[in-house]
Design a protein around this ligand. Sequence first.
Ligand SMILES: Cc1ncc(COP(=O)(O)O)c(C=O)c1O
Length: 409
Amino acid sequence: MHKALDAILQPSLESARPEFSAILPEEGIGEIKALELLAPLVIGHARRLNAETAFAHMDPPTPWVTWATSLWNAALNQNLLHPDVAPAARDIEDLVVRWLAPCFGMNGGHMTPGSTVANLTALWAAREIKGIRRVVSSTASHLSVAKSAHILGLDYLAVDTTGFGQIDREQLPADLSDSAIVLTAGTTSAGALDDLTLTGNAAWKHVDAAWAGPLRLSSKHRGRLNGIDTADSIAMSAHKWFFQPKESGLVLFRDSAAAHRAVSFGGAYLASPNIGVMGSRSANAVPLFATLLSWGRAGLEMRINGAMESAQMLFDYLDKQANVRLYGPNASGVILWRTKDNTDVRDLIDRLPEGSASTTTIGDLGWVRHVAANPTVNIDALQRAIGTAISVRQPGHDQLLIRPSPSRR
Ligand SMILES: Cc1ncc(COP(=O)(O)O)c(C=O)c1O
Protein backbone atom coordinates (compact mmCIF):
# COMPACT_ATOMS: atom_id res chain seq x y z
CA MET A 1 0.00 0.00 0.00
CA HIS A 2 1.16 3.56 -0.69
CA LYS A 3 3.06 5.00 2.29
CA ALA A 4 0.76 8.03 2.55
CA LEU A 5 -2.40 5.94 2.39
CA ASP A 6 -0.93 3.46 4.80
CA ALA A 7 -0.20 6.27 7.26
CA ILE A 8 -3.71 7.63 6.96
CA LEU A 9 -5.21 4.21 7.61
CA GLN A 10 -3.13 3.57 10.70
CA PRO A 11 -5.55 2.97 13.58
CA SER A 12 -4.08 5.94 15.44
CA LEU A 13 -4.97 8.24 12.55
CA GLU A 14 -8.39 6.81 11.79
CA SER A 15 -10.00 8.79 14.54
CA ALA A 16 -8.43 12.00 13.20
CA ARG A 17 -9.46 11.18 9.60
CA PRO A 18 -12.74 9.25 9.97
CA GLU A 19 -13.50 9.81 6.27
CA PHE A 20 -10.71 7.36 5.43
CA SER A 21 -11.82 4.70 7.85
CA ALA A 22 -11.07 1.16 6.75
CA ILE A 23 -14.81 0.41 6.84
CA LEU A 24 -17.15 1.46 4.02
CA PRO A 25 -18.81 4.65 5.28
CA GLU A 26 -22.57 4.54 5.75
CA GLU A 27 -23.03 8.24 5.01
CA GLY A 28 -21.09 10.09 2.31
CA ILE A 29 -19.31 13.39 2.87
CA GLY A 30 -20.31 14.93 -0.48
CA GLU A 31 -18.31 15.33 -3.67
CA ILE A 32 -16.58 18.62 -2.85
CA LYS A 33 -15.33 17.41 0.50
CA ALA A 34 -14.29 14.09 -1.04
CA LEU A 35 -12.20 15.87 -3.66
CA GLU A 36 -10.70 18.21 -1.07
CA LEU A 37 -9.65 15.22 0.99
CA LEU A 38 -8.39 13.17 -1.90
CA ALA A 39 -6.47 15.79 -3.89
CA PRO A 40 -3.54 16.18 -1.48
CA LEU A 41 -3.19 12.41 -1.36
CA VAL A 42 -3.83 11.34 -4.96
CA ILE A 43 -2.27 14.36 -6.66
CA GLY A 44 0.09 15.46 -3.92
CA HIS A 45 1.69 12.04 -3.49
CA ALA A 46 1.71 10.94 -7.13
CA ARG A 47 5.05 10.19 -8.80
CA ARG A 48 5.71 13.09 -11.21
CA LEU A 49 6.35 11.48 -14.57
CA ASN A 50 7.22 14.88 -16.07
CA ALA A 51 9.73 15.79 -13.34
CA GLU A 52 13.06 16.96 -14.76
CA THR A 53 14.79 13.78 -13.66
CA ALA A 54 11.90 11.33 -14.32
CA PHE A 55 13.69 8.60 -16.32
CA ALA A 56 13.00 5.35 -14.48
CA HIS A 57 10.08 3.54 -16.01
CA MET A 58 8.19 2.95 -19.24
CA ASP A 59 5.45 5.34 -18.06
CA PRO A 60 5.43 8.66 -19.92
CA PRO A 61 3.96 12.01 -18.93
CA THR A 62 0.70 12.45 -20.86
CA PRO A 63 -0.16 15.41 -23.12
CA TRP A 64 -2.96 17.65 -21.90
CA VAL A 65 -5.17 16.82 -24.86
CA THR A 66 -5.48 13.33 -23.34
CA TRP A 67 -6.62 14.82 -20.02
CA ALA A 68 -9.49 16.62 -21.76
CA THR A 69 -10.53 13.60 -23.79
CA SER A 70 -10.19 11.24 -20.81
CA LEU A 71 -12.56 13.50 -18.92
CA TRP A 72 -14.99 13.23 -21.84
CA ASN A 73 -14.61 9.45 -21.70
CA ALA A 74 -15.30 9.34 -17.98
CA ALA A 75 -18.33 11.60 -18.32
CA LEU A 76 -19.79 9.88 -21.40
CA ASN A 77 -18.85 6.33 -20.36
CA GLN A 78 -19.24 4.82 -23.83
CA ASN A 79 -19.06 1.06 -24.11
CA LEU A 80 -17.25 -0.22 -27.19
CA LEU A 81 -18.87 -3.61 -26.73
CA HIS A 82 -22.11 -2.42 -28.31
CA PRO A 83 -22.46 -0.05 -31.30
CA ASP A 84 -25.58 1.52 -29.79
CA VAL A 85 -23.59 2.63 -26.75
CA ALA A 86 -20.56 4.01 -28.57
CA PRO A 87 -21.39 5.07 -32.14
CA ALA A 88 -18.68 7.73 -32.54
CA ALA A 89 -16.08 6.05 -30.33
CA ARG A 90 -16.17 2.84 -32.39
CA ASP A 91 -15.63 4.80 -35.60
CA ILE A 92 -12.74 6.65 -34.01
CA GLU A 93 -11.14 3.36 -32.96
CA ASP A 94 -11.52 2.02 -36.50
CA LEU A 95 -9.87 5.13 -37.90
CA VAL A 96 -6.95 5.22 -35.47
CA VAL A 97 -6.27 1.54 -36.18
CA ARG A 98 -6.47 2.29 -39.91
CA TRP A 99 -3.90 5.07 -39.42
CA LEU A 100 -1.45 2.94 -37.48
CA ALA A 101 -1.73 -0.61 -38.83
CA PRO A 102 -0.16 0.12 -42.26
CA CYS A 103 2.90 1.68 -40.58
CA PHE A 104 3.63 -1.86 -39.35
CA GLY A 105 2.56 -3.77 -42.45
CA MET A 106 -0.68 -4.89 -40.77
CA ASN A 107 -4.21 -4.41 -42.13
CA GLY A 108 -6.26 -3.93 -38.95
CA GLY A 109 -6.76 -4.86 -35.32
CA HIS A 110 -8.31 -3.40 -32.22
CA MET A 111 -7.54 -1.54 -29.03
CA THR A 112 -6.77 -3.38 -25.81
CA PRO A 113 -5.97 -2.18 -22.27
CA GLY A 114 -2.26 -2.86 -22.92
CA SER A 115 0.18 -5.36 -24.35
CA THR A 116 -0.55 -8.10 -21.83
CA VAL A 117 -4.02 -8.46 -23.34
CA ALA A 118 -2.69 -7.77 -26.84
CA ASN A 119 -0.16 -10.64 -26.54
CA LEU A 120 -2.86 -12.96 -25.22
CA THR A 121 -5.25 -12.01 -28.03
CA ALA A 122 -2.62 -12.49 -30.74
CA LEU A 123 -1.60 -15.93 -29.44
CA TRP A 124 -5.25 -16.90 -29.08
CA ALA A 125 -5.75 -16.05 -32.78
CA ALA A 126 -2.61 -18.07 -33.61
CA ARG A 127 -3.97 -21.09 -31.77
CA GLU A 128 -7.37 -20.85 -33.49
CA ILE A 129 -6.04 -20.21 -37.00
CA LYS A 130 -2.83 -22.24 -37.10
CA GLY A 131 -3.46 -24.77 -34.35
CA ILE A 132 -0.17 -23.89 -32.65
CA ARG A 133 0.73 -26.03 -29.67
CA ARG A 134 3.74 -24.11 -28.41
CA VAL A 135 4.95 -20.54 -27.84
CA VAL A 136 8.66 -19.82 -28.20
CA SER A 137 10.28 -16.58 -27.07
CA SER A 138 13.49 -15.49 -25.34
CA THR A 139 14.20 -15.52 -21.62
CA ALA A 140 14.13 -11.69 -21.87
CA SER A 141 10.56 -11.59 -23.18
CA HIS A 142 7.81 -10.15 -21.01
CA LEU A 143 6.10 -12.40 -18.48
CA SER A 144 2.81 -11.89 -20.33
CA VAL A 145 4.09 -14.17 -23.12
CA ALA A 146 4.53 -17.14 -20.78
CA LYS A 147 1.28 -16.15 -19.03
CA SER A 148 -0.60 -16.18 -22.35
CA ALA A 149 0.75 -19.65 -23.19
CA HIS A 150 -0.37 -20.83 -19.77
CA ILE A 151 -3.88 -19.39 -20.13
CA LEU A 152 -4.22 -20.84 -23.64
CA GLY A 153 -3.03 -24.30 -22.59
CA LEU A 154 0.04 -24.11 -24.84
CA ASP A 155 3.57 -25.29 -24.11
CA TYR A 156 6.09 -22.55 -23.55
CA LEU A 157 9.78 -22.58 -24.41
CA ALA A 158 12.13 -19.75 -23.38
CA VAL A 159 15.39 -19.69 -25.32
CA ASP A 160 18.58 -17.98 -24.23
CA THR A 161 19.68 -14.54 -25.26
CA THR A 162 22.92 -13.20 -26.61
CA GLY A 163 25.12 -10.88 -24.51
CA PHE A 164 22.89 -7.85 -25.06
CA GLY A 165 19.57 -9.55 -24.40
CA GLN A 166 18.50 -10.42 -27.95
CA ILE A 167 17.02 -13.80 -28.73
CA ASP A 168 19.84 -16.19 -29.68
CA ARG A 169 18.89 -17.66 -33.05
CA GLU A 170 21.31 -20.54 -32.49
CA GLN A 171 19.19 -21.70 -29.55
CA LEU A 172 15.92 -21.84 -31.48
CA PRO A 173 14.52 -25.31 -32.15
CA ALA A 174 15.04 -26.29 -35.79
CA ASP A 175 11.37 -27.12 -36.21
CA LEU A 176 8.87 -24.43 -35.28
CA SER A 177 6.06 -25.70 -37.48
CA ASP A 178 3.78 -26.25 -34.49
CA SER A 179 4.83 -23.02 -32.75
CA ALA A 180 4.32 -19.31 -32.56
CA ILE A 181 7.60 -17.46 -32.31
CA VAL A 182 7.35 -14.27 -30.24
CA LEU A 183 10.03 -11.66 -30.89
CA THR A 184 10.40 -8.61 -28.69
CA ALA A 185 10.93 -5.06 -29.92
CA GLY A 186 12.24 -3.46 -26.73
CA THR A 187 12.70 -5.96 -23.92
CA THR A 188 11.35 -4.83 -20.58
CA SER A 189 14.62 -4.97 -18.69
CA ALA A 190 17.12 -3.76 -21.25
CA GLY A 191 15.22 -2.44 -24.28
CA ALA A 192 16.92 -5.00 -26.54
CA LEU A 193 15.55 -5.44 -30.03
CA ASP A 194 15.28 -9.00 -31.29
CA ASP A 195 16.10 -9.58 -34.94
CA LEU A 196 12.58 -9.12 -36.29
CA THR A 197 13.43 -10.75 -39.62
CA LEU A 198 13.71 -14.10 -37.82
CA THR A 199 10.86 -16.48 -38.63
CA GLY A 200 12.26 -19.93 -39.25
CA ASN A 201 9.41 -22.23 -40.16
CA ALA A 202 7.20 -20.89 -37.37
CA ALA A 203 3.48 -21.34 -37.93
CA TRP A 204 2.87 -17.83 -36.57
CA LYS A 205 5.14 -14.87 -35.89
CA HIS A 206 4.13 -12.37 -33.23
CA VAL A 207 6.10 -9.24 -32.34
CA ASP A 208 5.71 -7.88 -28.84
CA ALA A 209 6.44 -4.23 -29.58
CA ALA A 210 4.90 -2.99 -26.33
CA TRP A 211 7.70 -0.52 -25.73
CA ALA A 212 9.63 0.12 -28.94
CA GLY A 213 6.87 -0.19 -31.58
CA PRO A 214 6.48 3.58 -32.02
CA LEU A 215 10.12 3.79 -33.24
CA ARG A 216 8.62 2.59 -36.52
CA LEU A 217 7.02 6.02 -36.91
CA SER A 218 10.36 7.80 -36.68
CA SER A 219 12.15 8.21 -40.02
CA LYS A 220 15.42 8.27 -38.08
CA HIS A 221 14.86 5.08 -36.10
CA ARG A 222 12.37 3.03 -38.13
CA GLY A 223 15.15 0.79 -39.49
CA ARG A 224 15.70 -0.59 -35.98
CA LEU A 225 12.42 -2.48 -36.41
CA ASN A 226 13.11 -3.86 -39.87
CA GLY A 227 11.25 -7.12 -40.32
CA ILE A 228 8.29 -6.13 -38.12
CA ASP A 229 6.10 -6.02 -41.21
CA THR A 230 6.64 -9.76 -41.73
CA ALA A 231 4.75 -10.53 -38.51
CA ASP A 232 1.30 -12.10 -38.35
CA SER A 233 0.46 -10.00 -35.32
CA ILE A 234 1.90 -7.16 -33.25
CA ALA A 235 1.23 -5.94 -29.70
CA MET A 236 1.84 -2.35 -28.62
CA SER A 237 1.22 -0.40 -25.44
CA ALA A 238 -0.03 3.06 -26.38
CA HIS A 239 0.42 4.05 -22.72
CA LYS A 240 4.18 3.78 -23.26
CA TRP A 241 5.73 5.60 -26.26
CA PHE A 242 2.43 6.87 -27.67
CA PHE A 243 2.19 8.93 -24.44
CA GLN A 244 -1.32 7.77 -23.55
CA PRO A 245 -3.00 7.50 -20.17
CA LYS A 246 -3.48 3.92 -19.03
CA GLU A 247 -5.04 1.64 -20.13
CA SER A 248 -4.27 1.88 -23.80
CA GLY A 249 -2.84 -0.73 -26.16
CA LEU A 250 -3.27 -2.25 -29.59
CA VAL A 251 -3.21 -5.66 -31.18
CA LEU A 252 -2.65 -5.52 -34.94
CA PHE A 253 -2.95 -8.34 -37.46
CA ARG A 254 -1.67 -8.97 -40.96
CA ASP A 255 -5.08 -10.51 -41.77
CA SER A 256 -7.37 -8.85 -39.29
CA ALA A 257 -10.59 -10.24 -40.76
CA ALA A 258 -9.43 -13.83 -40.18
CA ALA A 259 -7.93 -13.00 -36.78
CA HIS A 260 -11.03 -11.18 -35.56
CA ARG A 261 -13.25 -14.04 -36.74
CA ALA A 262 -11.06 -16.43 -34.76
CA VAL A 263 -11.37 -14.48 -31.51
CA SER A 264 -15.04 -13.48 -31.68
CA PHE A 265 -18.08 -14.64 -29.80
CA GLY A 266 -21.69 -13.69 -30.43
CA GLY A 267 -24.22 -12.98 -27.71
CA ALA A 268 -27.97 -12.54 -27.69
CA TYR A 269 -27.76 -9.03 -26.33
CA LEU A 270 -25.03 -7.92 -28.77
CA ALA A 271 -25.68 -6.33 -32.15
CA SER A 272 -22.31 -7.49 -33.46
CA PRO A 273 -19.87 -10.16 -32.27
CA ASN A 274 -17.68 -9.42 -29.28
CA ILE A 275 -14.13 -9.34 -30.67
CA GLY A 276 -11.16 -10.22 -28.49
CA VAL A 277 -10.60 -10.79 -24.78
CA MET A 278 -12.41 -7.81 -23.33
CA GLY A 279 -16.14 -7.48 -22.75
CA SER A 280 -17.16 -3.95 -21.85
CA ARG A 281 -14.35 -1.63 -22.77
CA SER A 282 -13.60 2.05 -22.79
CA ALA A 283 -13.15 4.53 -25.62
CA ASN A 284 -9.38 4.54 -25.10
CA ALA A 285 -8.96 5.26 -28.81
CA VAL A 286 -10.30 8.80 -28.31
CA PRO A 287 -7.27 10.21 -26.41
CA LEU A 288 -4.92 8.36 -28.79
CA PHE A 289 -6.77 9.77 -31.79
CA ALA A 290 -6.70 13.28 -30.27
CA THR A 291 -2.94 12.97 -29.66
CA LEU A 292 -2.14 11.80 -33.18
CA LEU A 293 -4.49 14.41 -34.66
CA SER A 294 -2.78 17.14 -32.61
CA TRP A 295 0.81 16.11 -33.22
CA GLY A 296 0.74 14.22 -36.51
CA ARG A 297 3.37 11.60 -37.20
CA ALA A 298 6.04 14.30 -37.24
CA GLY A 299 5.10 15.51 -33.74
CA LEU A 300 5.29 11.98 -32.37
CA GLU A 301 8.61 11.44 -34.15
CA MET A 302 10.01 14.63 -32.63
CA ARG A 303 9.25 13.38 -29.11
CA ILE A 304 10.55 9.87 -29.72
CA ASN A 305 13.73 11.14 -31.35
CA GLY A 306 14.20 13.53 -28.42
CA ALA A 307 13.82 10.67 -25.95
CA MET A 308 16.31 8.55 -27.90
CA GLU A 309 18.79 11.47 -27.93
CA SER A 310 18.47 11.90 -24.16
CA ALA A 311 19.15 8.20 -23.69
CA GLN A 312 22.20 8.44 -25.96
CA MET A 313 23.55 11.46 -24.03
CA LEU A 314 23.18 9.51 -20.81
CA PHE A 315 24.85 6.48 -22.38
CA ASP A 316 27.79 8.61 -23.58
CA TYR A 317 28.15 10.18 -20.14
CA LEU A 318 28.12 6.83 -18.34
CA ASP A 319 30.52 5.36 -20.86
CA LYS A 320 33.09 7.98 -19.83
CA GLN A 321 32.94 7.05 -16.13
CA ALA A 322 35.85 4.83 -15.17
CA ASN A 323 33.95 2.74 -12.65
CA VAL A 324 30.76 2.24 -14.68
CA ARG A 325 29.88 -0.86 -16.68
CA LEU A 326 27.12 -0.46 -19.26
CA TYR A 327 24.96 -3.47 -20.12
CA GLY A 328 24.58 -2.85 -23.83
CA PRO A 329 24.05 -0.24 -26.53
CA ASN A 330 21.15 2.22 -26.64
CA ALA A 331 18.85 0.05 -28.73
CA SER A 332 15.52 1.61 -27.73
CA GLY A 333 16.10 4.25 -25.06
CA VAL A 334 16.70 1.89 -22.11
CA ILE A 335 20.10 2.26 -20.42
CA LEU A 336 21.42 -0.19 -17.79
CA TRP A 337 24.56 0.25 -15.74
CA ARG A 338 26.27 -0.85 -12.55
CA THR A 339 29.61 -0.01 -11.01
CA LYS A 340 32.63 -2.13 -11.74
CA ASP A 341 33.38 -2.40 -8.03
CA ASN A 342 29.89 -3.84 -7.49
CA THR A 343 28.35 -1.08 -5.39
CA ASP A 344 24.97 -2.36 -4.31
CA VAL A 345 22.47 -1.29 -6.96
CA ARG A 346 19.85 -0.49 -4.33
CA ASP A 347 22.31 1.87 -2.62
CA LEU A 348 23.00 3.62 -5.90
CA ILE A 349 19.30 4.09 -6.60
CA ASP A 350 18.71 5.43 -3.11
CA ARG A 351 21.28 8.13 -3.87
CA LEU A 352 19.53 9.18 -7.09
CA PRO A 353 16.47 11.47 -7.37
CA GLU A 354 13.16 9.66 -6.94
CA GLY A 355 11.80 8.49 -10.26
CA SER A 356 15.12 8.76 -12.10
CA ALA A 357 16.12 5.08 -11.99
CA SER A 358 14.70 1.64 -11.35
CA THR A 359 16.35 -1.70 -10.66
CA THR A 360 16.34 -4.76 -12.84
CA THR A 361 18.02 -8.12 -12.50
CA ILE A 362 19.46 -10.02 -15.44
CA GLY A 363 20.83 -13.45 -14.64
CA ASP A 364 22.01 -12.89 -11.09
CA LEU A 365 23.27 -9.33 -11.59
CA GLY A 366 21.37 -6.22 -10.54
CA TRP A 367 21.44 -3.16 -12.79
CA VAL A 368 20.42 0.48 -12.50
CA ARG A 369 17.89 1.10 -15.24
CA HIS A 370 16.84 4.33 -16.94
CA VAL A 371 14.03 4.49 -19.49
CA ALA A 372 13.59 7.38 -21.91
CA ALA A 373 9.85 7.78 -21.58
CA ASN A 374 9.96 11.46 -20.61
CA PRO A 375 10.81 13.74 -23.53
CA THR A 376 11.12 16.74 -21.18
CA VAL A 377 13.85 15.19 -19.01
CA ASN A 378 16.74 17.47 -18.08
CA ILE A 379 19.59 15.12 -18.89
CA ASP A 380 22.25 17.48 -17.48
CA ALA A 381 20.48 17.47 -14.10
CA LEU A 382 20.25 13.68 -14.19
CA GLN A 383 23.92 13.33 -15.10
CA ARG A 384 24.91 15.66 -12.25
CA ALA A 385 22.86 13.55 -9.82
CA ILE A 386 24.45 10.33 -11.11
CA GLY A 387 27.89 11.93 -10.87
CA THR A 388 27.28 12.75 -7.22
CA ALA A 389 25.80 9.30 -6.50
CA ILE A 390 28.72 7.40 -7.94
CA SER A 391 31.35 9.53 -6.30
CA VAL A 392 30.22 8.64 -2.77
CA ARG A 393 32.98 6.94 -0.81
CA GLN A 394 32.19 3.37 0.19
CA PRO A 395 33.26 2.06 3.60
CA GLY A 396 36.49 0.18 3.08
CA HIS A 397 37.35 2.11 -0.08
CA ASP A 398 39.93 4.84 0.28
CA GLN A 399 39.42 6.20 -3.21
CA LEU A 400 36.49 7.79 -4.95
CA LEU A 401 34.48 5.08 -6.67
CA ILE A 402 34.31 6.96 -9.91
CA ARG A 403 36.88 9.05 -11.68
CA PRO A 404 36.39 10.56 -15.10
CA SER A 405 38.26 8.47 -17.61
CA PRO A 406 40.46 10.30 -20.13
CA SER A 407 39.48 7.91 -22.91
CA ARG A 408 36.50 5.74 -23.85
CA ARG A 409 36.93 2.08 -23.30
C1 LIG B 1 8.01 -6.02 -23.77
C2 LIG B 1 6.73 -5.90 -22.99
N1 LIG B 1 5.67 -6.64 -23.33
C3 LIG B 1 4.50 -6.57 -22.68
C4 LIG B 1 4.36 -5.71 -21.61
C5 LIG B 1 3.04 -5.65 -20.90
O1 LIG B 1 2.41 -4.50 -21.34
P1 LIG B 1 1.22 -3.82 -20.51
O2 LIG B 1 1.84 -3.39 -19.23
O3 LIG B 1 0.82 -2.70 -21.41
O4 LIG B 1 0.16 -4.84 -20.33
C6 LIG B 1 5.43 -4.91 -21.20
C7 LIG B 1 5.31 -4.01 -20.06
O5 LIG B 1 6.21 -3.35 -19.64
C8 LIG B 1 6.64 -4.99 -21.92
O6 LIG B 1 7.71 -4.26 -21.57
